[in-house]
Ligand binder design. Sequence first.
Ligand SMILES: [Zn+2]
Ligand SMILES: [Zn+2]
Length: 371
Amino acid sequence: MAGKAQAAVLTGPRQIEFQEFVLPEIGPEEGLIRMEAAGLCGTDYEQYAGHLTGTPWDITPIIPGHEIQGRVERIGAEASRRRGLKEGDRVVVEAIIPCGQCFQCAIGATTLCESGLGYGLYVRSNSAPHLWGGYATHLYLHPRALVHKVPDNIPTDILSLFNPLSNAVRWAYELPQTGIGDVIVIAGPGQRGLLSVVAAREAGAGTVIITGTKQDKHRLALAKELGADATIEVDSEDPVRRVLEITGGRKADVVLDVSAGATAPIIQAVDMVRRGGKIVLAGLKSFKPVGNLITDKIVINEIQMLGVLSAGWVSIEKAIDILKRRGHELQALCSHTLPLEEADKAVRLLGREISDGPEVVHLALTVDKSI
Ligand SMILES: [Zn+2]
Ligand SMILES: [Zn+2]
């Protein structure tokens, strides 16, 4: 089969090189995806900047891109039958390719699969069939890859929210079981924090509060547009006191920390969550300890603390459903789309190393059909 794929390959920290790969032959259980877009998140920047040292994701050369959407370009007969997919179908592909056999897969926790196979972070580009990442014109569809069929009519940039929105669905709704009338505080107005406002509203939360810093003015205003009832600027206000005021002393049923690096929100969460409430920890802190955390408060108040990293099949299906119904309301989040050729600039924009005017909230690399 003729044809070549083009890919942005990360060959070392801060080094992106464009390379060509021959399109692979596709066996009966495999497929080939024509990329439409790859969404970017903080992990893309950490990977680019070489900050993943000491993690399993510290590998090069690699085609980055783990938030994948595209169309089925070729599919083997067996894969087509089993997956109910045909050429031309629009899909999103999960980052992790579960082995199906390890302990975590066996108990259904495929996102915790120990096998280390997946897209964008897991397999070197010198390992055939090479196309293991989303910063490319094509993606190899492994027989065990998890693929969701998606409607044609969701705009490219809106659909590229599927990954962060699936995280928000799991973190703000599914795991803490947020329900009708609940009070939820979201610490950190990054794309996941903002989408958590949307997920909490979908869940029926009664009061949605979001916190941020002075720098986050634009994002806090966006949060209001997306349905937050109150915003707290932590530089000038005491977030615990404000939550007590807003809730009339009842405190929050759920506190979700999606802030990056800061540990104060965790200390504050313990004081702003009600007895028996839940704290969901999703923001990474560069392995810093959380100073002055008094665990007796957690014990005495029967607070549940839950760590989360990603989201799986069910959360992604719910995210796609939200995008189908109200994707158009999320347009303001999609601040940037750049072509694949500008991968290097895209990652640096995301990392706030450079700016091109409007603040980056959500960024997607798109693949032009003409490449
Ligand atoms: Zn991501
Ligand atoms: Zn597994």
